[in-house]
Design a protein around this ligand. Structure first.
Ligand code: GLN
Length: 502
């Protein structure tokens, strides 16, 4: 085969890699081998995969793709691409399981595929494993997983962000070329930002949630993590679309974007509140300002303005997310779902013991607080009010998008923090989501792209938020920005030592 000792499959945009595989230039088998070389070396120390295909099986599935191609059969748009999926996205594969990062599910085998999984498989993607996450996607650091924290490949003493920490690390360390995650309040974008990869949370309803284990159903959205925005664009074009199995799936045709986006003339809003946040790291602020300047130099108009409603995003998000979580997690009772545990011979003991033993501390806290805000004496005061505030924010953001094309800001106020630094302070952990939750509350698309890293070399993610159903524009613009900044090319050096022979 073609010998290029410096070639790594991660260096090529997904679309080009697939083209090469299809033309027989590269073998899917060799790509899979390269990915498993990374997995063999780093998976156990970084704690990325919750369930994983044995190497021989993954390689033999890749070989089957090569054989199909060699025999002239038509293969799909993701032929031979090793993909990881978050542990809360259902897959029906005898080799894989779903635990949602929780003891309560144990090694649950789904009897069906999530719609997104079906879509990937139709395009001949090779799903190799499910990735570690905060239990039921509740967290911002992947430390809430019942199966131990995932480490950041840029500094193994730091968190990878969360809750899709495993997915972000799988891409950042070359253990997958595409990862699917879920984002309820930032869980794709924030780990993408902390691991130096690109992460897209699409418009609510554009990618089917059928087969995603629900956390906050009015906020949850499946999206993707890749090396670059053009890869997210490619993956999004495959996974989006209406799904009759899912009642909140949008029937709307998304507005199309030009192949190459024009930055000149764009109107961009840069809220003052992000830089003014108490926890904002000056290096993160500097990174945002650098992008703002670059956009201005390209002919975009960047306007700083104050968005007063931003101070309400965290309380509003957490009241709604807890309320929805407390209702969604009712199904884990040891009867419908959940590994059954019982201390006394009574139904109550079965429920109580299953939940006491099965759920972690953060999940229990959220179920209790969510039940509280929904209880009859407090419903209007908390839940009802949060629903109203959310509607008001949607209106405000709608008006803003009459004036602007995008809202720019950081994804997280600070870069990856140390493992254990915030575990005893849930409030500090919740505040980490200050820049990301607005997109979920207003159901708008948002992307995290790598910006200038800190002086110590930690990745910094920058967020662009766009108009609802204009995901293609957002992706095209992010790709155009990346052509200029090139920060997405940076890799954690300790992880990419070996070159591949193909
Ligand atoms: N960190 C937020 C939370 O804990 C968001 C999580 C997510 O997007 N799934 O709820």
């Amino acid at each position: 085969m073609l010998l290029d000792k410096t070639f790594m499959p991660f260096d090529l945009p997904l679309m080009n890699l697939v083209e090469r595989i299809k033309s027989g230039g590269f073998r899917a088998e060799a790509v899979m081998d390269a990915v498993y070389d990374q997995i063999d070396q780093y998976n156990s120390s970084l704690n990325v995969y919750r369930s994983l295909l044995p190497r021989e099986i993954a390689v033999s599935r890749a070989r089957q793709i090569d054989e199909k191609i060699a025999s002239g059969k038509i293969v799909g748009k993701l032929a031979g691409i090793p993909v990881s999926i978050k542990d809360n996205i259902c897959i029906n594969d005898p080799e894989l399981s779903n635990s949602c990062g929780s003891q309560i599910l144990g090694e649950y085998h789904s009897p069906f595929h999530a719609t997104v999984v079906e879509k990937l498989l139709q395009e001949h993607a090779l799903i190799i494993g499910t990735t570690n996450m905060d239990e039921f996607a509740m967290g911002s650091s992947t430390e809430n997983s019942s199966f131990g924290a995932t480490s950041n490949p840029w500094d193994s003493g730091r968190v990878p962000g969360g809750s899709s920490g495993g997915g972000a690390v799988s891409v950042a360390s070359g253990m997958a070329l595409l990862a699917l995650g879920s984002d309820t309040g930032g869980s794709i974008r924030q780990p993408a930002s902390m691991c130096g990869v690109t992460g897209l949370k699409p418009t609510y309803g554009t990618v089917s949630r059928y087969g995603l284990v629900a956390y906050g159903s009015s906020l949850d959205q499946i999206g993707c993590l890749t090396q670059r925005a053009s890869d997210c664009r490619y993956a999004f074009s495959i996974i989006h679309g209406h799904d009759s199995n899912e009642s909140t799936s949008a029937k709307i045709e998304l507005s199309l974007a030009p192949e190459v986006a024009e930055l000149k003339g764009l109107r961009i809003c840069l809220p003052d509140e992000y830089a003014a946040a108490e926890s904002a790291d000056p290096e993160v602020v500097a990174s945002v300002n650098e992008l703002a300047e670059l956009l201005q130099n390209q002919g975009a108009v960047v306007e700083r303005s104050s968005l007063k409603f931003l101070k309400y995003v965290i309380p509003t998000y957490y009241v709604l997310a807890f309320a929805e979580a407390s209702s969604n997690l009712g199904r884990f009772d040891g009867i419908r779902y959940g590994v059954r545990k019982q201390e006394q011979p009574s139904l109550e003991s079965l429920y109580a013991t299953t939940r006491k033993k099965g759920f972690g501390e953060e999940v229990k806290r959220r179920i209790m607080l969510g039940t509280f805000v929904l209880s009859s004496g407090y419903y209007d005061q908390y839940y009802g009010r949060a629903v109203q505030v959310r509607a008001w924010m949607e209106q405000q953001v709608g008006q803003l998008f009459n004036e602007f094309d995008f809202i720019l800001g950081p994804v997280s106020p600070f870069p990856a923090f140390k493992l254990g630094e915030k575990t005893d302070d849930p409030l500090a952990m919740y505040l980490a989501d200050i820049c990301s939750v607005l997109a979920n509350l207003t159901r708008t698309p948002a992307i995290s792209i790598p910006g200038r890293p800190t002086k110590s070399g930690l990745p910094v993610g920058l967020q662009l938020m766009g108009r609802r159903y204009e995901d293609h524009h957002l992706l095209a613009t992010a790709a155009a920005v990346q052509e200029l900044t090139e920060y997405h090319q940076l890799r954690p050096e300790s992880i990419f030592t070996k070159k591949l022979e193909i």
